[in-house]
Design a protein around this ligand. Structure first.
Ligand SMILES: Nc1ncnc2c1ncn2[C@@H]1O[C@H](COP(=O)(O)OP(=O)(O)OP(=O)(O)O)[C@@H](O)[C@H]1O
Length: 454
């Protein structure tokens, strides 16, 4: 407790004797007491790194409750212990409700006071530790179910937090399987709209003819088959968020209609005659180059600029390999639990192979690959032999060549691997490498490989 003993304690008491004796007592116990006679003077000193405020409740002018109020704002980490006589028990209760940490009746028993100070400090230290652990955990887990610790993904989490509670339309870009839908869900869940629905619509999954009526609704008789009025997804999402996935697939006439809906905050159902007001936040996603589509006149420029006010880009998994171990761990736990499989971990060799692979299908491919492995095994650890051949092949290709190698090293490695492959057969090796046996022998000598048993 030595560390705590140096802590500053602000004693606020209009009784000079009681002030002095409390201060002397605490000083003897190694604390650093500072005394003031009234609330105003206390407020002046409150930001001087005070650990504990010990205050009388009844004081002329600024009373203990007002001081508590200021302390909560200006020194939120300080512990506030209020002291009051029996006649003001009600006020003491009010102080505790207003956030005071503890209460002591007058006359103050100084042993009791020391004990309360120490236990409050211990509680505070514990709370701080817990908060720190929690923040470490959320940092690791990221947002919702989004996992990632790479600098790129942490920067993205930060942007999601910033943008979530605004009204802005958000455009999420990134290759397929990078987690765009998860980002849309996080934005919704962190927004004030969280209690209302998030309605996803995938423009690529619906036939073009249906997208319009899905989004904007239709009136009975608007077209063959429209046997009743039908609400569109915009209306269903009122108060919430509409997530338009693959927006690059939307045809030009619907892009115009969508832009109008965004600008006017109204929609017109097919066959309808009256605009309907819709308070909806739009989050759109695409894995296509929208700008390229704009240049090709496939996507409206005005809609593009309306959408990209806030653009969040998800980097491909191959550009944030630091996330791979954490994602693997997360998916192993998830998939093993879902399928009642014993898989608990991955060997470091298998992990290296997974990191070397390029993951063109990004996180989705990683998850699917792990699922394929986990459901087919009764082992506890995923080893290299469990991995599909294309992933192992990527590792061996990468093992031969990596940036920083000299040409000589690359040659040597190619010879070594080919010799291994042919079981040391020199003429076959030379043939595979496209060189003569004489050249191979010269190179073996040059690279000092003969002595090493090649
Ligand atoms: N950071 C992440 N943490 C955990 N799971 C993730 C993460 N990113 C993606 N996933 C998982 O990967 C899969 C694909 O993610 P999602 O559907 O969000 O990708 P997408 O970019 O919207 O793909 P598409 O463009 O094909 O629609 C989902 O199962 C999702 O849960």
């Amino acid at each position: 407790m030595n560390e705590q003993r140096a802590w500053k304690i602000l004693i606020v008491d209009d009784d000079a004797d009681s002030r002095a004796s409390t201060a002397q007592w605490l000083r003897r116990r190694g604390y650093n007491p500072v005394t003031v006679a009234d609330g105003e003077s206390a407020i002046e000193r409150i930001e001087e790194g005070v650990a504990v405020i010990l205050t009388d409740l009844k004081m002329p002018h600024t009373g203990g409750l007002e001081l508590l109020d200021v302390a909560k704002k200006k020194a939120p980490h300080a512990i506030v212990i209020v002291v009051s006589g029996v006649e003001s028990v009600d006020t003491a209760v009010a102080a505790l409700k207003a956030g005071a940490d503890d209460f002591l009746p007058k006359p103050v028993n100084l042993d009791e006071l020391t004990e309360r100070i120490e236990s409050s400090l211990r509680r505070r230290a514990m709370a701080e530790q817990i908060a720190q652990l929690q923040s470490q955990l959320t940092q690791q887990r990221g947002l919702d179910n989004m996992i990632g610790t790479s600098a790129a993904i942490r920067a993205l989490f930060e942007k999601i937090r910033l943008v979530a509670d605004t009204k802005s339309t958000v455009l999420i870009t990134g290759e397929s399987g990078t987690g765009k839908e998860l980002v849309a869900r996080s934005i919704h869940r962190l927004s004030r709209r969280a209690a209302k629905p998030l309605i996803p619509v995938n423009c690529a999954a619906l036939p073009e003819s249906l997208v319009e009526s899905e989004l904007f609704g239709h009136k009975k008789g608007a077209f063959t088959g429209a046997t009743a009025d039908r609400k569109g997804l915009f209306e269903t999402a009122v108060g919430g968020t509409l997530f338009v996935d693959e927006i690059g697939e939307l045809d030009l006439s619907l892009q115009a209609k969508l832009l109008r809906a965004l600008e006017n905050r109204t929609v017109m159902p097919i066959g309808g005659s009256q605009e309907i007001e819709v308070d909806v936040r739009l989050v759109a996603a695409t894995n296509r180059e929208l700008l390229q589509q704009v240049q090709n006149k496939e996507f409206r420029e005005d809609l593009y600029f309306r959408l990209k006010v806030v653009e969040l880009t998800l980097p491909p998994l191959r550009e944030r390999k630091d996330d791979i171990p954490l994602l693997i761990r997360h998916f192993i736990d998830q998939i093993s639990a879902e399928n009642e499989r014993p898989v608990k971990d991955i060997s470091s060799a298998a992990l290296e192979a997974m990191k070397a692979y390029k993951w063109p299908g990004n996180v989705r491919e990683l998850r699917n690959t792990l699922e394929g492995i986990i459901v087919l095994t009764l082992d506890e650890i995923i080893e290299e032999q469990h991995l599909p051949p294309h992933i192992l092949a990527a590792e061996s290709a990468q093992a031969i060549i990596h940036p920083g190698m000299t040409l000589a090293e690359i040659e040597r490695e190619a010879i070594r691997r080919t010799l291994e492959h042919t079981g040391g057969h020199r003429s076959k090796t030379a043939e595979l490498l496209g060189i003569s046996v004489r050249t191979l022998q010269r190179k073996l000598k040059e690279f000092d490989m003969e002595r090493q048993g090649f």
